[in-house]
Design a protein around this ligand. Structure first.
Ligand code: HEC
Ligand code: HEC
Length: 153
């Protein structure tokens, strides 16, 4: 068998393994995926968004804070940015929302711009609301504060 064929075989075996692994992982998350094609399965209810206006803890210093209010229908496109109508520098007095952080004015070279940087324009790339649900799988995340304590022991 020549080298090229061998490489192609190995590559396709890898792709298959990844596909199988991801289908198995998805199974645990979505009951619909476990159903047969002919089964009549009710779609799970859309979970409620947590909108208690209470600031959440950040799990590490650089974490984008999660959004504690509803964002349904808030448009962010090339013409309008609903988020900035409350979170921009000149709107926070009226809205009482926290201003976007100064890092949001920096370009990738660390220069401060007068307006929000294009790379921080699409807020939902980083900031998300939270759903009022039980975790689908067990989460063993440990806060860095506790990790430091453990490593000092
Ligand atoms: C109508 C005004 C308004 C709009 C529009 C709005 N926000 Fe907010 N936001 C607030 C206020 C006020 C708070 C402070 C907490 C609260 O009252 O919910 C807040 C809190 C936040 C926080 C939490 C900050 C922290 O330090 O914990 C984030 C993140 C956030 N908003 C992101 C967004 C994003 C992203 C959008 C657009 C999809 C958006 N907001 C649209 C008013 C607004
Ligand atoms: C590329 C990721 C990214 C994007 C896009 C982004 N943010 Fe952030 N945001 C962060 C991170 C990380 C932090 C926390 C560290 C910091 O302040 O830079 C943060 C902090 C914040 C805070 C808290 C500020 C404070 O001083 O407590 C607000 C409010 C916020 N962002 C709103 C927004 C809004 C509104 C948009 C869209 C216009 C946006 N962000 C876009 C990553 C992002």
């Amino acid at each position: 068998m020549n080298k090229l064929m061998k490489t192609i075989r190995i590559a396709s075996a890898l792709v298959c393994a990844i596909v199988v692994a991801s289908v198995q992982a998805n199974d645990a998350f979505n009951p619909i995926l476990k159903a047969e094609v002919t089964d009549d399965v009710a779609a799970p209810a859309i979970p409620k968004v947590i909108k208690n206006d209470v600031k959440q803890k950040r799990n590490y210093p650089m974490q984008p804070p999660v959004i504690p209010h509803n964002t349904r229908g808030y448009e962010v496109n090339t013409r309008v940015n609903k988020c900035m109508s409350c979170h921009s520098r000149d709107r926070v007095e009226e809205s009482q929302a926290p201003m976007v952080s100064v890092t949001h004015f920096m370009d990738r070279d660390g220069n401060f711009l007068a307006e929000i940087s294009p790379r921080r324009y699409f807020c939902n790339q980083c900031h998300v609301t939270q759903s009022d649900v039980e975790p689908v799988i067990e989460n063993t995340f440990t806060d860095s504060k506790h990790l430091m304590k453990l490593s000092n022991q």
